[in-house]
Write a protein that binds this ligand. Structure first.
Ligand code: ADP
Length: 267
């Protein structure tokens, strides 16, 4: 999965990354789906261990353009995982109360506690993406945020959080197809939002904003992965693999049980 990890301080142009790539997996959709099931099972066990050990905190950040597949990734990668130990935090347009605070205020409240995996469906990165593209604050203000964000994530990591950040990378053609599918398929219509068409017009500006995000905020301690996401099965496989490999690398173990349990008799 190394090939998708953004090296710190590299200069990234998303258009140079192929959203159709599937070079890390030997096989097609059918085999890929099967491989995902095996990863789901490993993830389920790792999450149970994380919960039992109650030591590590895990933060998964998902960012993508509209229709990029954040919801589908959550559904498929975390299938079978015990809901007790996983939480999804959605970051929408900030409320007046949230706007009255600094932009990290609402984010910090949602970060994982010990033993917990939290998935950020959108995140503090919106504050240098949509906020930048729509000029919701001055360039001077959003320009300072990359440093804040790196410092904030550094602090979380120093205090025991493992952070993984995924940019689900689709292209304009794929987005067109997915938006069209939302119009054509009755059960997907509720997802169609005229506003998404306006955002689509701003694609180049968003890509520029992503360029800075990926170039400035991928660190050794909180790396970005650029996930080829035109093919959903491959996207799921990449995210699940990175997650499972990272959790396996934490060296977790079950807590010691009480002594002499072999002698216990339950009447
Ligand atoms: P999603 O597209 O994630 O499924 P919504 O359709 O409700 O969910 O979209 C959430 C919206 O909130 C997005 O348009 C996103 O750009 C916006 N948003 C998120 N964070 C911020 C922010 N900090 N400032 C302004 N808008 C934001």
């Amino acid at each position: 999965m190394e090939r998708y990890r953004v090296k710190p301080k590299s200069s990234i142009d998303p258009s140079q990354w192929d959203p159709n790539d599937r070079s890390a997996f030997d096989g097609g959709k059918k085999k890929g789906r099967k491989a995902l099931l095996a990863l789901n099972e490993r993830l389920e066990m790792l999450q149970e261990l994380l919960y039992a050990e109650n030591r590590h905190k895990v933060l998964v950040v998902l960012q993508a353009m509209d229709t990029g597949g954040k919801d589908g990734t959550i559904r498929h990668v975390f299938e079978g995982v015990n809901p007790q130990g996983v939480r999804v935090a959605n970051f929408k347009v900030p409320t007046p109360k949230e706007l009255a605070h600094d932009y990290l205020w609402r984010v910090h409240q949602q970060t994982p506690a010990q033993g917990e995996i939290v998935i950020f469906n959108r995140s503090h990165y919106e504050d240098v993406l949509v906020v930048r593209v729509h000029e919701l604050v001055t360039a001077e203000r959003w320009g300072r945020r990359y440093d804040h964000i790196n410092q904030f994530e550094r602090m979380l990591v120093d205090e025991g959080t493992t952070i993984l950040k995924f940019f689900l990378h689709i292209d304009l053609d794929e987005q067109k197809e997915r938006l069209q599918a939302r119009l054509d398929e009755p059960h997907k219509r509720w997802k169609f939002n005229r506003g998404d068409l306006k955002e689509r017009q701003l694609w180049p500006a968003y890509m520029e904003a992503y360029e800075d995000v990926l170039s400035k905020t991928s660190t050794a301690y909180a790396p970005w992965y650029i996930v080829p996401a035109n093919r959903k099965w491959y996207r799921n496989l990449v995210v699940a693999t990175v997650l499972v490999e990272t959790l396996e690398g934490l060296g977790m173990s079950y807590p010691e049980s009480e002594e002499n349990l072999d002698d216990v008799e339950i009447e």
